[in-house]
Design a protein. Structure first.
Length: 375
């Protein structure tokens, strides 16, 4: 009851602040590699924006508990209509100060932030920033992750469901960061974080993590990004340092085309007295073509190799070695509304999935549809 009451107060305050409502672009929606919806820099001091993503997913393995595989955190409820993300955001930028507050609800928040304190599960972002120098900003709080090309807002991604890479790297992080806008083409960021997607620190862990981000935009059609993470995600007495790098290229070679190619590579020290590192890696390729102003199609191919279960644990001999294939159809009747349908197949080396009968299988097939609204 206390959580619901506190959330209601926060939502009321957001709505009663004198704001200028933010709307999506007047141009017809095209889901390419650059977002023109919720992530734009505000043109006026106060900006209010919102997003609602309602979905229905059908998993052909028919899980009795209505949950899709545990390494998926978006659109993960089987055979039921539900809300993946309902988000309300207030943004402020004036002179040398900026701040962001986003409150959310939905199954994304329920499952992806399950380890956080109950009230914090409703926080999409909450951060403040100050300009130290003409091109240098210091921000602190809770903010979207600096890793990867995909966000929690499905409308801003090439495909409806998230890649295995996005689902198993941080969506959010808590800490402080310094951003240096070197030029129109180069941006450098250094971060000090609580850890790998966590707001509150785990018991027995007194460490802080470090991160970097380098973004290069040689033209309006190309974005190259390199992000890193260094930290210990285990208790201090069982320290296992993690080193991770994500690279992606986001390219729009023509007005109707969008493409993202990404590669993740990670190392984590082995447990106990063992020497060396456990490794995992993950390539992803997604492409979108806008057939008509209101109609687009997209496809994704990916592979996730985590033999030692550093990120995705299994009880099979080969760990998690899984390929994924997706086909996506988009229809945007207006600039605010987007209807998406996606078919997805996951094909694993071992029988890591379970059928309704209880028998193991190496395949997982699902059909997901979503109707979203943004302002």
């Amino acid at each position: 009851m206390r959580t619901k009451f506190s959330l209601s107060i926060a939502l009321y305050l957001c709505l009663t602040v004198p704001t200028q409502a933010q709307t999506v672009s007047d141009s017809t929606y095209v889901a390419t590699t650059t977002s023109t919806t919720l992530e734009d820099a505000p043109a006026k001091p106060w900006q209010l924006s919102g997003f609602v993503d309602v979905y229905y997913a059908y998993n052909f393995n028919k899980p009795e508990n209505h949950l899709r595989p545990g390494f998926l955190y978006n659109h993960n409820r089987h055979n039921e209509f539900n809300v993946n993300l309902a988000l309300l955001r207030v943004n402020y930028t004036q002179d040398k100060v900026r701040g962001n507050l986003g409150l959310m609800a939905g199954t994304y928040a329920q499952y992806n932030l399950a380890a956080e304190q109950e009230l914090l599960r409703h926080v999409y972002e909450a951060n403040v920033g100050i300009q130290l120098l003409p091109k240098v900003w210091l921000d602190a709080g809770i903010f979207p992750s600096h890793i990867g090309a995909e966000s929690a807002i499905s409308r801003d991604n090439l495909t409806l469901t998230r890649s295995l890479s996005a689902e198993n790297t941080p969506y959010y992080e808590a800490g402080a960061k310094i951003t240096f806008e070197v030029s129109e083409k180069w941006t450098l960021t250094g971060l000090v974080l609580n850890g790998w997607q966590n707001i509150r620190e785990a018991d027995g862990n007194q460490n802080k993590a470090l991160g970097t981000q380098i973004t290069f935009k040689p033209s309006s059609k190309v974005v190259l990004n390199s992000s890193t993470f260094f930290g210990n995600e285990k208790p201090d007495k069982a320290k296992q340092r993690r080193y991770f790098h994500n690279f992606y290229a986001s390219v729009s070679p023509a007005d109707k085309w969008g493409l993202i190619a990404a590669f993740d590579f990670g190392l984590e020290e082995k447990a106990g007295d063992e020497d060396g590192y456990n490794r995992w890696w993950n390539p992803t390729l997604a492409v979108k073509y806008q057939v008509l102003p209101q109609l687009g199609i997209a496809a994704r191919s990916e592979y996730y190799h985590d033999k030692h279960g550093v990120i995705i644990g299994t009880e099979t001999a080969n760990g998690f070695q899984t390929a994924g294939y997706s086909l996506n159809l988009d229809f945007a009747p207006t600039t605010q509304v987007l209807w998406r349908v996606e078919a997805r197949v996951l094909d694993s080396k071992d029988d890591i999935f379970t059928k309704q009968s209880g028998n193991p299988t190496d395949k997982n097939r699902a059909l997901t549809t979503s109707l979203s609204f943004a302002f």
